[in-house]
Design a protein around this ligand. Structure first.
Ligand SMILES: Nc1ncnc2c1ncn2[C@@H]1O[C@H](COP(=O)(O)OP(=O)(O)OP(=O)(O)O)[C@@H](O)[C@H]1O
Ligand SMILES: [Mg+2]
Length: 246
């Protein structure tokens, strides 16, 4: 059971605005596994997550969540997934509790104040801020509310698009601990990041994307983490600085 495949892309192709932005990518993520998608701007990372959510039509291949072909039962698929988007949109005129109440209600998840406090503790959102409108929040504080929303959904699968964006180094470390704990409890995490070091710290596998293709995959050896230098080198080799114009 612990090795059950939860997410699977098979030769996935997606066209956006007439351009093929995913050119046939295949990978899977098992329960209890953390998979990080790494790649340059426009590589297709966020598009891949949108594919799993059934938010974009496929131009080829197939995509499965819990062995359900995504297009065949969107309701079931979305119930199984908590999604943290690249640009978080919370309500500025509401405080953290009110935002969480609203979005949990939308997702059909019961609001439990003690669980909410525990989730906000987990992301270290300071107590005094929790009852304040988000207008006075920093970017990282908003991100903390968004992360707490994703964990409060208590779904089997989490899709996280640049979750550490805006977080300070201490909050990033805490976030990585949180993701490892989620994976230990059997959750499946597919996350997008630009942070090679962070990806190596947290992921069991890293997929390197470039121009809509998966061009490399790195797997952690038993009981070890993926080597930052190896991934960094592969990334830099494919993304040279000051590329020559042909
Ligand atoms: N809303 C959209 N409409 C049309 N094309 C889009 C849209 N969003 C992204 N694209 C295109 O799809 C391709 C992949 O974009 P995507 O957002 O998946 O990249 P990404 O890897 O997440 O990049 P980043 O690291 O900058 O977030 C890009 O060529 C981009 O121009
Ligand atoms: Mg993106």
């Amino acid at each position: 059971m612990s090795n059950a495949v939860k997410l699977r892309a098979d030769q996935l192709e997606i066209v956006r605005s007439g351009k093929k932005v995913l050119g046939g990518i295949s990978f899977d993520v098992a329960s209890g596994e953390v998979y990080a998608l790494l790649g340059g701007n426009g590589a297709g990372k966020s598009t891949t997550l949108l594919g799993f959510l059934g938010l974009l039509p496929l131009s080829g291949g197939s995509i499965f969540v819990n062995d359900i072909e995504v297009g065949s039962d969107l309701k079931k698929v979305r119930e199984a997934i908590a999604y943290l988007p690249e640009s978080v949109s919370l309500y500025e005129h509401l405080d953290a509790y009110e935002n969480l109440r609203y979005f949990l209600q939308l997702a059909g998840t019961p609001y439990d104040r003690s669980k909410v406090e525990a989730a906000l503790d987990r992301v270290s959102l300071d107590l005094e801020s929790r009852g304040r409108k988000l207008t006075g929040y920093s970017k990282g504080m908003r991100q903390k509310v968004a992360i707490s929303l994703a964990i409060l959904r208590d779904t089997e699968i989490l899709l996280l698009d640049e979750p550490t964006s805006g977080l300070d180094p201490a909050a990033i470390d805490e976030f990585h601990d949180l993701v490892r704990d989620l994976a230990s409890s059997g959750k499946t995490v597919l996350m997008v990041t630009h942070d090679v070091y962070g990806a190596c710290q947290v992921a069991d596998r890293i997929g390197l994307m470039q121009d809509g293709k998966l061009v490399g995959e790195f797997t952690a050896a038993d009981g070890e983490r993926i080597q930052t230098e190896t991934v960094h080198r592969a990334f830099s080799d494919r993304h040279p600085k000051n590329p020559q114009v042909a």
